[in-house]
Design a protein around this ligand. Structure first.
Ligand SMILES: [Zn+2]
Length: 380
């Protein structure tokens, strides 16, 4: 690789996708595909074909057509026809293999029968997979099992300990369930028991066991923090169930300042449109890390500006790659494709201007592509 050009180097650098979900495996209709290209709307779109007229829709026809043996910028009709002919599993196989990803860190909190789990993703992609455990799912399973809410604290801790034996990290969706403008200090055990009791009482009335209680979420977060495995926070852009304005990571300042959090890696996921705020936090706190996944795909040809913004305040030892792909495997490939394009253009431009030496550029690209993730998650 030493003799290769910088664009060649970027093209072939191996990636670790540190936040991703399973790809589709079973065939589905065009509306499923089109709806999967919208992140924010939680309902089926009345005009799903509109998702083809977005940065993401155009980027797919530009960059993914070749993987399906079509010319670049194939029409939407040609694209869908070829995709259907190959079948979902073959599309998933081609796209994940073309991504150049060695390891996928899979958030299994959204698992349903439609998506490949860690074993299926390893099979299809030929890469390694690792599990990230969603704290709220652990709590939701536990509350339906325990006979006595007084056992909640003990049992929750035990479950996380067991899961930590095989998982490489934890994740919280506090952003979705309550927002960050909350008291996230460690709750007293008595308060946790009381919240668990109230939650369990409500379950009796037939409500779904969806955790929204801040005390229990803060308890989950602090229990995970005490285990020192990386803890991922969903930040920013997501579906409209979350109050986007309350997912500004600056609301986490008090939490990050607390001494007990200092030794646990806090991974701020996606961050858009707060990537600059997140970059500041990575600069100000040694245990904070960021990525700009998800929005890389959704901003298409504008993603090079987004990736460039992830190269501002955050130390490069604290920036990671992710796609946050979910469903159509075009997203698993495109995240990597657009990230490589952005790096070649943005960092390549700094080399051309002699702002950066090529040696520095190669070293830093390797950090972000895989070395930071391998180190922080202690991957083999
Ligand atoms: Zn995600």
């Amino acid at each position: 690789m030493a003799g290769s050009s910088f664009p060649d180097f970027v093209e072939h650098v191996s990636l670790i996708d540190h936040h991703v979900h399973g790809a589709f495996h079973a065939d589905g209709g065009e509306a499923r595909f089109q709806n999967s290209l919208n992140e924010g709307n939680t309902e089926s779109l009345t005009k799903p074909e509109d998702t083809y007229s977005t940065q993401l829709g155009i980027a797919i026809r530009c960059w993914c057509s070749g993987i399906l043996d079509l010319p670049r910028h194939a029409s939407a009709a040609e694209y869908w026809s070829r995709r259907s002919e190959l079948g979902e599993l073959e599309v998933s196989r081609r796209m994940t293999r073309a991504a150049g990803v060695s390891d996928w860190l899979i958030d299994t909190g959204l698992d349903t029968a439609d998506y490949l789990g860690p074993a299926g993703m390893a099979d299809v992609s030929g890469g390694r997979t690792h599990e990230i455990v969603r704290l709220e799912v652990v709590a939701e399973q536990l509350i339906q099992k325990i006979a006595n809410p007084a056992d909640y604290v003990e049992e929750f801790g035990q479950r996380l300990q067991n899961l930590a034996l095989s998982a490489v990290g934890f994740k919280t969706v506090l952003a979705y369930r309550a927002g960050f403008d909350q008291n996230l200090s460690r709750p007293a055990p008595a308060a946790v028991t009381e919240s668990a009791r109230r939650w369990q009482e409500n379950l009796g009335t037939g409500t779904i066991a969806k955790l929204t209680d801040v005390t229990l979420m803060a308890h989950g977060i602090h229990t995970a923090v005490s285990m020192k495995l990386p803890l991922q926070f969903h930040v920013g852009f997501g579906d409209r169930d979350l109050d986007l304005h309350k997912t500004n990571p600056l609301y986490l300042l008090d939490f990050l300042r607390s001494a007990e959090v200092r030794d646990t890696p806090i991974m701020l996921l996606h961050c858009y449109p707060f990537e600059r705020e997140a970059g500041y936090l990575a600069h100000a706190f040694e245990n904070v890390y960021i990525d700009v996944g998800l929005a890389v795909n959704f901003t298409g040809s504008r993603s090079r500006n987004l990736v460039a913004r992830s190269f501002e305040l955050a130390p490069f030892t604290k920036v990671l790659y992710s796609s946050d792909a979910f469903g159509p495997a075009e997203l698993h490939y495109l995240g990597a494709r657009l990230w490589r394009n952005a790096i070649a253009k943005v960092v390549g431009g700094w080399i051309d201007d002699d702002d950066w030496s090529e040696a520095d550029a190669r070293r830093i690209v390797q950090l972000i592509a895989h070395e930071n993730a391998r180190r922080v998650y202690a991957l083999p």
